[in-house]
Design a protein around this ligand. Structure first.
Ligand SMILES: *[C@@H]1O[C@H](CO)[C@@H](O)[C@H](O)[C@H]1NC(C)=O
Ligand SMILES: *[C@@H]1O[C@H](CO)[C@@H](O)[C@H](O)[C@H]1NC(C)=O
Ligand SMILES: [Ca+2]
Length: 183
């Protein structure tokens, strides 16, 4: 755990360390979601001290509505709980639970950072928690690699529950997560 955490910090520093211009993909208004449509919220996390987090798959997650760029969001997740990282997503059920959480808490601002980022301009994506990239749910036409140097993964741009590669410099709400049995 320590090792992979360290390598991630190193990677993130290499990838996102230097300043750059801020651009973002625009044009698709938020707030299009029908809040009256019901959506299954995940259950509460049953770990002492984290009962205000939600259990999503084998993680407990919390949605933070204090927008941060990707790097700062990841660092704040690492600080808030041992083994904490931005959330990784590994199946459709978990993906939907995350979407429902966002919809429930901030229905007029659905765009949110997940923990995915492009590794060294390879076009390949990785999770900041070091888990396997074994599931993805892109908006059709994404990832379009507009930001060849810094691309990070957000959910709910243009289409509910779907992912987009976005400039890592943009500040967004984000999900922190820690693995159950790891605290
Ligand atoms: C939000 O979730 C809670 C359960 O956690 C539920 O009682 C409430 O109806 C939900 N609200 C919306 C707008 O989905
Ligand atoms: C995030 O913001 C910090 C300053 O708060 C800056 O040093 C860093 O380069 C930024 N990273 C990204 C990816 O935008
Ligand atoms: Ca994109």
């Amino acid at each position: 755990m320590w090792k992979s955490g360290f390598i991630n910090v190193l990677l993130m520093t290499l990838l996102f360390g230097s300043g750059n211009s801020l651009r973002m993909e625009r044009g698709f208004a938020v707030g299009r979601t029908d809040v009256t449509k019901c959506c299954d919220m995940p259950k509460a996390c049953d770990v002492d001290g984290f009962t205000d987090w939600f259990k999503v798959g084998r993680h407990c997650v919390k949605y933070f509505t204090t927008p941060a760029n990707f790097t700062n969001a990841e660092f704040s997740c690492m600080k808030i709980v041992p083994g904490g990282h931005l959330v990784s997503v590994h199946n459709e059920v978990d993906n939907r639970h995350l979407f429902c959480t966002v919809k429930n808490i901030s229905s007029n601002n659905l765009r949110v950072w997940l923990g995915g980022f492009q590794l060294f301009q390879t076009g390949k994506f990785r999770w900041t928690d070091g888990s396997y990239w074994d599931y993805e749910r892109w908006v059709p036409g994404e990832p379009n690699h507009v930001y060849t140097k810094e691309e990070c993964v957000e959910m709910n741009w243009k289409k509910d529950e779907m992912w987009n590669d976005e400039s890592c410099f943009v500040e967004k709400n984000y999900f922190c997560a820690f693995k159950l049995n790891a605290v």
